[in-house]
Design a protein around this ligand. Structure first.
Ligand code: C2O
Length: 496
């Protein structure tokens, strides 16, 4: 197998959007960051050099990292951060994955700086507020398509993404939701999209007017330029947030243009009300029904004749409840959450606290004391307690599991019923992915084979929820065969 080598220099770069210039943390000065293209089976080596005055790490979201957990990237989970002026070479192999995945910084809210949306404010400050004061998620100033906000935002007409197409041809669009805190709908006026792949796994193709994609998820679609180009030859494409929260939230949209070659001769009408893009193929912001239907259409390529690898017998089951709560403000502290309280999030009533050393290293060296505890309950302590006054279950949660793909065998709304619901699981062609949407007030059941020894981060990919503690680590212990063990750490692994 070939080894493909890349260099990532993490450095500051001044970028202007919405008439606002500010320094952004970039890779090689590019915004959005560089694309890595490799063939399946390739060995990949990325030398990351930190040229900023703060720590950093890079995560290869969705890469299986079979036995290469040291290259996974989440700070203080599988590695200590790369200090200023230092380098670390991430080495991994791409196995049985094809399609699109994203890479991003995995320390604090640094991924906001790399790409996805535009913040006029200093994201460090926003993050601190959410941790120290338990404040609600500040919204960004604009969503972006390929780092361009588009014409609906102030001072942004010139910064509009334009995709030129030839009539009759079919194009593959790779759609990545790299936003920090919002799920998105994406659609192109007058055109249908054919979904063919999610999270680097092929799906049975199906057509849809729009897709729903959560942060960390990727969706590849085919688009055929089959419209009779009207006078303008231009169609609107848009990414708009899918939001169910009761709290004030962003309701803006990033717009780009699909332009038929040779037909760009007239201005097109932008939506009169930027918040309602339904005329342009997009569902309304709160259309849970659309999102649910869309998710239910996702199926792997398997069939009853050739059923997928979904595990049929379970060795272990866990029930994990996800909650987002309002907590009374600790004495002598200021809270900015809601009604002078602070937000806190948990899995089975435990709010994750980031350790000060890498958990994988501690596990490997047997130094667990004082770093992490392994008493995570596999059952919620108060099952089905959704009625307490302080419990809020009003947001969706895209839950990401590092180092594994899983099969989404079932999902629904209301309380999960351990007697009734498993009878309806799809064990033939469930979608396989690395990030699952848990709809507000709903549940999802996933199955996977714990075949990758190491320590793996499990968390909500809405960054603010991770800050509030909506995460956990899970340890896959070494198997009996030498090929089922964690490899020794690389020599250049950063230390804390
Ligand atoms: Cu895309 Cu833990 O991350």
């Amino acid at each position: 197998p070939t080894t493909r080598r890349f260099e990532f220099n993490v450095e500051w770069k001044n970028v202007t959007r919405l008439c606002h210039t500010k320094p952004l943390i970039t890779v090689n000065g590019e915004y959005p960051g560089p694309t890595i293209m490799v063939h399946e089976g390739a060995n990949v080596e990325v030398k990351v050099t930190n040229r900023i005055a703060q720590n950093t790490t890079i995560h290869w979201h969705g890469i299986r990292q079979l036995r290469t957990g040291w290259a996974d990237g989440p700070g203080y989970i599988t590695q200590c951060p790369i200090g200023s002026g230092k380098s670390y070479v991430y080495k991994f192999t791409v196995i049985s994955q094809r399609g699109t995945l994203l890479w991003h910084a995995h320390l604090s809210w640094q991924r906001a700086s790399v790409y996805g949306e535009w913040w006029n404010s200093n994201v460090d400050e926003v993050e601190k507020e959410s941790i120290i004061y338990g404040s609600g998620p500040n919204v960004s100033d604009a969503y972006t398509i390929n780092a361009l906000p588009g014409p609906l935002y102030p001072c942004s007409k010139k910064d509009t993404f334009i995709q030129t197409v030839e009539p009759g041809k079919t194009y593959l669009l790779r759609l990545i939701n790299a936003a920090l805190n919002d799920e998105h709908f994406f659609g192109v006026a007058n055109h249908t999209l054919t979904v063919v792949e999610i999270d680097a796994i092929y799906t049975k193709p199906f057509t849809t007017k729009a897709i729903m994609v959560g942060p960390g998820q990727t969706t590849n679609v085919l688009l055929t330029a089959d419209q009779h180009p009207d006078a303008s030859g231009t169609f609107i494409m848009a990414a708009t947030p899918y939001i169910t929260t009761i709290f004030p939230s962003d309701n803006s949209s990033s717009v780009g243009f699909l332009r038929y070659k040779g037909r760009w001769n007239k201005k097109i009408a932008l939506p009169a009300n930027p918040y309602y893009l339904t005329a342009y193929n997009l569902p309304a912001m709160i259309e849970t029904a659309f999102a649910t239907q869309f998710l239910n259409k996702l199926r792997s390529l398997d069939s009853a004749q050739f059923p997928c690898n979904v595990p049929k017998e379970m060795d272990k089951r866990a029930v994990i409840t996800i909650s987002l709560n309002l907590q009374d403000c600790p004495k002598h502290q200021t809270c900015k959450g809601y009604q002078s309280k602070r937000f806190i999030a948990s899995m089975n009533n435990q709010s994750f606290v980031r350790p000060s050393m890498s958990i994988l290293e501690c596990y490997y060296q047997n130094l667990t004391k004082g770093v992490y505890t392994s008493n995570f309950s596999e059952r919620p302590q108060h099952p089905y307690n959704y009625t307490g006054t302080s419990i809020l279950n009003v947001e969706n949660h895209p839950i990401h599991v590092h180092g594994h793909n899983f099969f989404v065998v079932g999902s629904g709304f209301g309380n999960f019923d351990a007697k009734r619901d498993p009878a309806n699981y799809n064990l033939v062609d469930p979608p396989e992915r690395n990030t699952v949407d848990i709809q507000s007030g709903g549940w999802a059941a996933v199955r996977f084979k714990a075949d990758n020894p190491g320590v793996w981060f499990v968390h909500c990919h809405l960054e603010v929820h991770t800050s509030w503690g909506l995460s956990m680590g899970f340890i896959v212990e070494n198997g009996p065969h030498p090929s089922q063990t964690v490899l020794p750490p690389p020599e250049d692994l950063p230390s804390c």
